[in-house]
Design a protein around this ligand. Structure first.
Ligand SMILES: NC(=O)c1ccc[n+]([C@@H]2O[C@H](COP(=O)([O-])OP(=O)(O)OC[C@H]3O[C@@H](n4cnc5c(N)ncnc54)[C@H](O)[C@@H]3O)[C@@H](O)[C@H]2O)c1
Length: 301
């Protein structure tokens, strides 16, 4: 007997919502995308191209059929997310799994207003969600084991690599690491140690290419933990440990220097240079992921 197609709703049709919808559509999930902004919905429809034909678009959460799961992917703001999660809960039944694509807001904080937080779980996808394999699966303190298992099952069905955290910490795993790296990068720029281009070149073609093949712990095993310890002993006192975002970052954002989307960040961007950069990014990412998946690590710890 043929299995019934999964039904999903993605709330928020921005950068992430659109690639989440694409992931669903490509894998035969019946998906509805909801966004309160009709212009964003129209852009999403265009970006989905041929997949738009099998995707439903709506500006409100009225459900004609109860979905198996709903993923909220709205603006990264706790009040907005709480409101959206409450609306989702009011429009589905108690069996529907509700997921949040927050980048790192604690799950209990978003779920604090929920009637049934047992069916609420963090599923942190990476951009573009239809290509990057890992999804951090983050249970809150009320999340049932069955919810985590169901979420992981669906993610695997969608071709993802679910990675379950044992406990929820702000920023989860990936953003804590990403921000630790960026804090040091910005500090090096502020101290005038290196120019932006040279810093990017060093990180991309040394640590970056290696990390695509080996996680940091596996990499350290290959290098030798004693060597790592010797370096850590003299280096840590000198690393940036600021408790506030870098002044350089505050200054750029205050001046409207927001990155490629406005034409200026660390680099200057034109419509052409941005289009050129993005043109090959998806296919290059797919090639790197294919290579990384061929890689074999040591025996299990
Ligand atoms: N951009 C990334 O690289 C990335 C990566 C991983 C996770 N995330 C997370 O994904 C989520 C979405 O991020 P994004 O980059 O797609 O943001 P975005 O700004 O591109 O999209 C957010 C969308 O939410 C919509 N929205 C706001 N309130 C709404 C409501 N009440 N109902 C329906 N829609 C509403 C907005 O109209 C907007 O289109 C955030 O939690 C973010 O932290 C982003």
């Amino acid at each position: 007997m043929q299995e019934k197609a999964l039904r999903a709703v993605v709330v928020g049709a921005g950068t992430m919502g659109t690639t989440l919808a694409k992931l669903m559509a490509v894998n035969g999930v019946k998906v509805t995308v909801v966004d309160t902004n009709p212009h964003v919905l129209e852009t999403s429809r265009q970006r989905l191209a041929t997949h738009a034909a099998t995707t439903c678009f709506a500006t409100d959460l009225k459900m004609t059929e109860v979905p198996d799961f709903v993923i909220e992917s709205v603006t990264e703001n706790v009040e907005v997310k709480q409101k959206v999660v409450a609306q989702i809960e009011a429009s589905v039944n108690d069996a529907t799994i509700i997921m949040t694509n927050t980048s790192g807001i604690p799950i209990d904080e978003i779920g604090s207003i929920m009637r049934v937080p047992q069916r609420f779980v963090g599923t942190h996808f990476f951009n573009p969600a239809d290509i990057v394999p890992t999804v951090e699966v983050v249970p809150g303190s009320h999340t049932e084991v069955e919810t985590v298992e169901k979420a992981c099952g669906w993610l695997t069905q969608l071709g993802k690599r679910p990675a379950v955290l044992k406990t929820c910490v702000p920023g989860f795993v990936a953003n804590r690491i990403q921000h630790a790296v960026m804090r040091e990068c910005l500090s090096l720029l502020e101290k005038g140690v290196v120019e932006a281009e040279a810093l990017d070149d060093i990180v991309q073609y040394s640590i970056g290419v290696r990390l695509a093949l080996n996680g940091p712990l596996c990499q350290r095993d290959l290098n030798g933990l004693d060597t790592h310890l010797h370096i850590a002993r003299y280096l840590y006192p000198d690393l940036d440990a600021s408790q506030q975002p870098a002044a350089l970052l505050e200054e750029y954002v205050a001046k409207g220097r927001l990155g490629a989307k406005v034409g200026l960040g660390f680099y200057r961007w034109s419509d052409e240079s941005l289009a050129r950069h993005q043109a090959h990014e998806r296919s290059k990412l797919k090639r790197i992921i294919e290579l990384a998946a061929q890689d074999s690590h040591g025996d299990e710890p």
